[in-house]
Design a protein around this ligand. Sequence first.
Ligand SMILES: [Cu+2]
Length: 264
Amino acid sequence: MKKSFFLLAVLVILAPVPAWAHFGMLIPSVPTVMDSKDSTVTMDAKFWHPFENNGMDLVKPKSFQVYQGDQAADLLPSLKETKLGDHTTWRLSYKIERPGLYKFVMEPEPYWEPAEDCFIVHYTKVYVDAFGDDDGWNEPTPGLKTEIVPLIKPGGLYAGNTFVGRVLLDGQSAKNSEVEIEWYPGPGKAGQAPYESMVPQTVMTDEQGLFFYTPPTEGWWGFAGLNTADYKLPQEGQQKDVELGAVLWLYFHKFRDATAGSAE
Ligand SMILES: [Cu+2]
């Protein structure tokens, strides 16, 4: 009896911990609108494991807004429930009429994750810049609980550029906190990693809440600045921790070779 209990304990300890990192996901049809044919942006919202391309159900978010400067518009009524495999996801279409930087921000309902014994709330953000205007790309969002503020222009990144961001929590720099990073390989695709532990890449913020990361390839990359909330939520009569994620999705373009140009 004792022996089998010991064996069970060993097996439990040796069982691989799934490397799944959860990410709120907001992926627009294009990261930059320069042509009016792209100006109706389709936005997909998920709660997902991006690299493996599978996930969880996303219940209707608590809020979904688009900011232009400090002006926010509520997009919650335009969200349409969709299905991806067995999972609930959301989609909206948004017509961009004027030049500017459009910042989409989703606040989900708390998600109970038994595997981590905590709730997860990922405040998820993506930028779309339109018709050559990207003013305000390094400004924080008024009233947002937590976010990553870029220090390198989010529209127009190349794979191989080093992304620099600051994690803010309640408007303050979140120092020495973890940032998980994952690649989203695209619809219907899953990434391949040498080891499961490499699926989320991890960096820490410094004393000023800054972090640095250089993606090895092009595509959509998600950055999640993680902190534990200063409040708890009840689950089956017990008070549980809440993981707050400041999630930012960024598109890194492939650097193209030169074409034959005129010499003079
Ligand atoms: Cu999960």
